[in-house]
Design a protein around this ligand. Structure first.
Ligand code: FPP
Length: 234
């Protein structure tokens, strides 16, 4: 029984669908935004564990193109949490070597959130221990359609996979090789639909605010037991 991570078989890019904040709060009789607030603590634990396990890229589904359907109060609460998290953690990102990048149409977000995101991206751009890729107002189909429109703008009449990847939000990050979804739901909910083509899927019943180092380790060990054939047969 494998109990420890084998470092040369680790994933290079883990993508996480952080689900279950609302249920975590409701179970405790708390408002949903306190679930999201507890979710921030889980993000901090996960970043530390990623650095400890030397996995270089973490993508987090923080706000989807479908999340606009939620109550304004909850949406505004998430925006404030993200803004405060980014501005309060600049020093910690620098100390830990975290580079922050983002994907999605952030123009739709409040100005204060956009400016704290832009400034943290600029200030952390030379860090190289962990790339933290935040999906904000992101949808996998919107990512593909935007890329197609950029291809048309560039007047290309033919394109291959290598070229097309350059038009995706996540370029030049490698494709995720492990996606984790918490809270027992088993779907991808329009997350990185092009980039996840060969990704290993891992679902856990743990609610996102309870997620931490031991859960991440379990997912990585599970990943390491899988045989990845990429469509081949050996
Ligand atoms: C899913 O739980 C969670 C979200 C849609 C929002 C996640 C956002 C954060 C944790 C804050 C993001 C912050 C940063 C810094 C990236 P849910 O509300 O859908 O849970 P439920 O399914 O139990 O209702």
């Amino acid at each position: 029984m494998q109990k420890e991570i084998i470092s040369d078989k680790s994933p290079k890019h883990i993508a996480i669908i952080m689900d279950g904040n609302g249920r975590w709060a409701t179970k405790r009789g708390l408002p949903r935004n306190l679930g999201h607030k507890a979710g921030i603590k889980a993000i901090e634990r996960t970043i530390d564990a990623m650095i400890k396990f030397q996995i270089p890229v973490l993508s987090l589904f923080a706000f989807s193109t479908e999340n606009w359907k939620r109550d304004k109060e909850e949406i505004d609460g998430i925006f404030s949490l993200v803004r405060d998290y980014l501005s309060e953690n600049k020093d910690s990102f620098l100390k830990k070597g975290v580079r922050v990048v983002s994907m999605g149409d952030i123009k739709a977000f409040p100005d204060d959130l956009v400016s704290s995101l832009e400034s943290v991206q600029e200030e952390t751009k030379n860090n190289d221990k962990l790339t933290l890729n935040l999906a904000l107002n992101y949808g996998g189909r919107a990512d593909i359609i935007r890329a197609v429109n950029e291809v048309i703008k560039d007047k290309k009449t033919k394109i291959d996979e290598k070229d097309f990847e350059k038009y995706l939000y996540s370029y030049p990050l490698p494709d995720p090789d492990l996606v984790i979804r918490t809270s027992g739901e088993m779907r991808l909910s329009n997350f990185m639909m092009y980039q996840l083509a060969y990704c290993e899927l891992y679902f856990t019943p743990v609610l996102w605010p309870d997620f931490g180092e031991k859960d991440l380790k379990k997912a990585i060990i599970d990943f390491q037991k899988r045989e990845r054939r990429f469509g081949g047969n050996k």
